[in-house]
Design a protein. Sequence first.
Length: 423
Amino acid sequence: MTNTDSPYNSPSYRRYVLGMLTAAYAFNFIDRQLITILQESIKQDLALSDTQLGLLTGFAFAVFYVCAGIPIARWSDKGNRRNIIALAIGVWSFMTAISGACTSYIQMLLARIGVGIGESGGTPPAHSIISDIYPEQQRATALSIYSLGINIGVMFGFFLGGVINEFFGWRWAFVVVGAPGILMAIIIKMTIVEPPRGWSDPTPINQEKSFSLKDVIQLLASHPVLKQFLMGASIFSIGGYGAFNWLAPFFIRSHDLNTASLGLWLSLSIGLFGGIGTYLAGVITDKLGVFNKAWYLWIPALSGVLAAPLYVLILTTESTSLALWVNFIPSMLLATYIGPGVAVLHANVPAAMRATVSALFYFLINIIGLGLGPTLIGALSDYLTPSMGSDALSTAMLWIIPIATCWGGIHFYIAGTRLGKAS
């Protein structure tokens, strides 16, 4: 529903809000991914195993991220989303900064739990706002632009973390990267106006209408398209998070790279090229979706199938330069499902469900993908180390990442086919 007095009638203000939410999401991923480039230094300093690292970067973060995410999303579907986002940024930024003061595994674990709780309040309300201010035919592009925050955050997280660690140590990297988020929280609180729910939808919605968590889960579980998409996203994310969290240790152990040079390479591949893939996925699917909505999920399906053999090459070649250069391509493919996928989710549920649906989406990809992917690779690496030595990690990644991306892509294809028939 429109409101002639709303600032959202101005396209420039909508772009400003989208830009600020994207910047906040970038801070989210800077703070989240920073630990991946630092984990070899942290491992040596705190005498940790690969299993402990996998729990630290994966399961411990993911469990509290998703457990806090659902009640916060329920709050977002009823409360002021702008205020929730500002509070969340302040919490995760503070917990990132104090990670630099940790002197034991337990302290670091608690700090990462704090980061996870804070970050759980960022994306679901942001998704809800974006779907309110952009109509359905522009939503995949808008949500893909928002998802660029992942790539921007990873790029700066890898680059800044690698350089600061090389010259000043891993502790200062957490402090320098975490502190600016406090300012971002204040700017969002002061400059973003909470939009009416369903502002861009073609028909007005009942502002008092609400849905229980059971209602949302039942809808997702019974919907033939959304169910297949969520299955695919859960499996695909095992490979995606497994690659994101273990590529840095892999290149350090198997190719003897230092964190400064590796941080630059990973910031370019996952950050720059990953951002290109994320943005193009939204633009292309919005354009092709006019002719057949199946393309919203067929493009991610193609990405998953193409990524699998490329990771086999990266993990098996002895050429460092070849592995680094080839990594640019799957980095473009790994996040292509998020913007188009969330657009499909939001197009098939009521506006008053959208934050909760996004939270459940992130619940699945984080508890399964982030929780299981890095932890499983770490545990398998520890198991294989006595027999395989320095090749244990690359072998563990080889057994998990290509299978997960290809398997997830198959579910995306099935979901897209059903979506096309229903449209």
